[in-house]
Ligand binder design. Sequence first.
Ligand code: NAD
Ligand code: DAU
Length: 359
Amino acid sequence: MRTYLVTGGAGFIGSNYIHYMFGKYGDDIKIINVDKLTYAGNPENLKDVEDRPNYTFVKADICDSEAISALFEKEDIQRVVHFAAESHVDRSIKNPDVFVKTNVLGTLTMLNAAKAAWELPDGSFKPDHKFLHVSTDEVYGSLDEDGGYFYETTPYDPHSPYSASKASSDFLVKAYMDTYKFPANITNCSNNYGPYQFPEKLIPLMINNALNGKKLPVYGDGKNVRDWLYVEDHCKGIDMVQEKGRLFETYNIGGHNEKQNIEIIHIILDQLREKLDDSDPRKALINEDLITYVADRKGHDRRYAIAPDKIKAEVGWYPETMFEEGIRKTIDWYFEHKEWMENITSGDYLKYYEEMYKA
Ligand code: NAD
Ligand code: DAU
């Protein structure tokens, strides 16, 4: 039975990945999820799996080298899938320090612990032991509106403290691969959406605000473009890269689904109206008047777009979920999980929201 160490598994993509992996491999794998449970980590995301005998949750900080090394000493961990990070660009603009700590130093701690556990006396590594570093397309910077794509060969040009910290972590992984032949891969993915996403990010924030008749804050002119990928497709891509990709390689993962932010908001409004009964009092409140243009994000990248040619050619991965289907599934999920949203948006979230949007 193969053992996985997943970091940040209580967050958005990590929890989707754990669900995906148990759905695919069932009892043939064991997963240890190590998560600090920051504001973004939510044990409720894993309620369905917490009683499985082949699942263990460990509350720890990835910067805590003793705690992380102890996990490698206790178990023969064959796969590391490293999601844990501070992930929100707006928060990084207000408070960069924690991004450097978790994303850079935390990644270094993970690399050192895996290297110490897997390295053999002759400097080679235990066979079939692999580390996958989950990264972002934001490391490549910003594209012009009228063309171009991010390839694996695109030079790094990060702009926000978040993307600079992710770029630094990518370079550390690359350095370990180049220097020690440390068995790893990096994936750089575009914007994800789907169940369990924290409502500080565009799509769940707009769904939640609209359902509560709150303003929909659009940064700048609303024409910034993101390349949206349904989260389950990302999880599948990560697994395929780890099992079928060439070691030491980077793979870009993206949806070929570019949309302006304002288009996304119109789609959400249309779908919410369609979904609500005529008798529902919220229906009348959900309209274009909620859209409110606010000050632009500082250093706001204009456009991201991934060319997923390499992962398609080498690994056979392609985005399976069309946006229309993915956004419908996402909205359905938020409708069915009202309590999840209510639990999250009470307490600290309110404070964050008020300060961020001066609401
Ligand atoms: P998230 O913010 O939803 O979750 C992050 C998780 O990491 C949380 O569970 C949090 O508790 C945990 N964590 C944070 N600091 C930690 C620490 N010091 N020690 C242990 N755990 C810690 O993030 P997400 O959106 O799920 O993103 C996961 C990864 O994927 C990140 O590395 C991110 O850079 C990358 N990524 C995200 C997207 C996206 O669209 N969300 C796209 C591409 C890549
Ligand atoms: O590209 C991958 C990245 O996608 C990941 O690495 C990050 O972890 C993830 O947070 C995401 O970053 P973005 O900054 O692109 O996502 P966000 O949802 O914060 O914003 C998407 C777009 O929507 C962006 O152009 C800013 C805009 N926006 C966002 C919010 C929260 C608004 O106009 N209003 C808002 O209130």
